[in-house]
Structure formats: C-alpha cells, structure tokens
Design a protein around this ligand. Sequence first.
Ligand SMILES: [Zn+2]
Length: 194
Amino acid sequence: MLIVCADEARVEVELVGGLLGCPSCRGMLRPWGHGVERVLRCGLGDRLLRPRRARCRGCEGTHVLLPDMAFSRRRDEVSVIGAAIEAKVAGAGHRPIAGRLGVHADTVRGWLRRFAERAGRIRAHFTRWAVALDPELGAVLPAGGGIADALEAIAVAARAWVLRFGPGDPWQIACLLSGGALLCNTSSLFPAVR
Ligand SMILES: [Zn+2]
C-alpha cells in the first residue's frame, strides 16, 4: 500500500509519468487497474473511493494507492478521526465525541484505544519525522504523557512538513507520514523515515 495525494488527477499524471516509487523497492510503479471501491465517511458527507492499483516494474509487487484522506482499514476520513483524538486529548469522553461527530460510540472508542496503545510508537515515529524535516528543530517537549505527547509529536511533524513543502491538512500529513498505518495493529510497522 502506498499513500498518495487525494487529488486523483495529479496521482494519475504521476503514475502514468513514472513518478511514483514502489514502497518496497523504490522501483517505478505503473498503472495496474483499480482496487475495490469503498465509501469513505467524510466530514462533508460520504465519498466513493475507487483507489488506483499499481504494479512495480522492479519487484512486480502490486500496491493500492490509498489517498491521504483515509487510514488503512478505517471507514472515516482522517480529519474526522483526528478530531476525535484531539477532543480526547482535550479531556472529552468517547460518547460525547461520537455524538458530536455523528459516528458510532464503539467506533470512536476503537480509534482512541488503538491510538492510546500505539502512543509511544507514534510519538517516537513522528518525532523522528519532525527532526528529519526540520534539522533546526529543538527538543519536542512532553505535553502531559501518553496520547497528549503522541498528538504533540504529530502536530510538530505536520508543522515541519508545512514549513518545508507548503500548506497541508495536518491529519492528511499524518496519514502520509505513517503510510496510512497510524491506527493499524501494534505489530504493523510504520514506514521508515528516509
Ligand atoms: Zn517494487
């Protein structure tokens, strides 16, 4: 799986132009049909995703090009999930958060539980990214433990990304920098910082 920009036309141009690298071997990806259609629940209504598939010329592996609006195996847009995490860090419980976002309470509880389980790894991963993107960056200070520190590291990395590459949604940047795996199970690895 490879996370790409949500702009389908731009992704298509890059794919056809041979500008996308294989996440396994860095070989050139070529178009290879489409992945399974799915509905992404977005803040502004549902959106049908028809992710592009690509095949590597080097290792011949196939990859689904997931837009940076979606985390792997999650049905809700990254900004909706991100809003839930921010509300939790601000002190809200999963039920009020679910009510505000119009998402089932069990779904929100699942996101928050997974984020909390992975908080240490998330913090370490995004701190490495922040430093890689901005070598001038000072220490990333503790924000109050566990999930607050993980969220702070994401915010710092997203700011470093924006300073370097221009405006972007922080949760889409978080999706990109985690290879879509922010809320995957603890055994799945984030892509290495290059
Ligand atoms: Zn490859």
